[in-house]
Design a protein around this ligand. Structure first.
Ligand code: HEM
Ligand code: HEM
Length: 225
């Protein structure tokens, strides 16, 4: 089971993940409508790229935007989850070893203490996000079973990874289950709202370019379009 999950199934999940997200990014750009969106992105690349980088940068900075500052609980929960969600899959020692064995690609590994800290932080972040969906009426009204499903799919590799790591159960069983859930997450990402892993950058770039070029950008205020 280990060999299957660390070999062909692992490669297949990585392919679905990267090709799938690339297709989502291409669809995003192709879906932009020059009349409805008044697309000017190609015309002024300089201010456009500056506006895009600015928007992405501030949203990746804790409390960097008005949106983050207006909702401190959400901001803390978000960054607790996302630091681990981005760094653990890439730089956990166990992960770098599996990746090297399967593909030959060698990534640097983070110290075990930091990995443990980020993993627990992510689990706490997910619990906070679930609580927020239950506690706040304005979020609850927008929440469906699908949102909890996405939180579960995200939590599963973290929880099973931690059980395996602390040898809290039968190690071989929990490690296999962990690899399975990690691969489920990779495979589902392009087909669910986990595609925000790439689409976050696309939509922030689009809005940032809009502001850099049109709304208050090079032409100041009051531009006809
Ligand atoms: C993409 C989602 C994934 C997440 C979020 C994730 C998360 C984790 C976490 C939290 C741990 C324990 C970290 C610690 O405190 O030391 C772990 C361990 C591990 N994971 Fe993953 N994982 C993912 C995918 C995978 C995949 C796809 C594989 C292999 C095919 C894999 C193989 C391993 C191995 C070998 C360990 C080490 C277990 C040990 O310490 O003995 N993981 N993972
Ligand atoms: C660089 C990569 C990523 C970026 C920039 C990013 C950004 C975001 C943003 C902006 C949100 C929306 C927050 C809101 O509702 O205002 C979000 C939500 C979420 N992200 Fe990510 N994300 C990334 C990677 C990931 C990964 C790898 C995972 C899973 C392992 C993940 C899991 C989630 C989940 C579960 C939510 C929904 C939280 C909820 O239900 O409220 N993200 N992300």
């Amino acid at each position: 089971m280990y060999e299957f999950l660390a070999g062909p199934m692992f490669i297949l999940s990585l392919c679905v993940f990267f090709v799938g997200l690339l297709v989502r990014a291409i669809w995003y750009v192709r879906g932009l409508h020059w009349q409805m969106d008044r697309v000017a992105y190609g015309m002024y690349p300089g201010p456009g790229i500056k506006g895009a980088a600015r928007s992405i940068g501030y949203w990746l900075l804790p409390f960097g935007t008005y949106g983050w500052r207006a909702q401190p609980f959400m901001t803390v929960a978000f960054f607790l989850l996302h630091l681990g969600a981005v760094l653990i899959p890439l730089f956990l020692l166990g992960h770098t070893l599996v990746l090297k064995a399967a593909t030959g690609i060698a990534l640097p590994a983070m110290p075990a203490r930091i990995a443990d800290f980020l993993s627990w932080a992510a689990v706490i972040g997910i619990a906070m996000l679930a609580l927020r969906r239950i506690a706040l009426p304005e979020v609850r009204i927008l929440t469906s079973a699908y949102d909890y499903f996405i939180l579960l799919v995200t939590a599963a590799p973290f929880i099973t990874g931690l059980v395996a790591r602390y040898h809290a159960g039968d190690y071989a069983f929990w490690l296999s289950l962990h690899m399975f859930f990690g691969e489920v997450l990779l495979i589902l990402a392009p087909f669910t709202k986990l595609s925000h892993i790439i689409l976050f950058f696309m939509s922030r770039a689009q809005i940032g370019m809009d502001y850099g070029i049109k709304r208050g950008g090079i032409n100041g205020k009051g531009m006809a379009w």
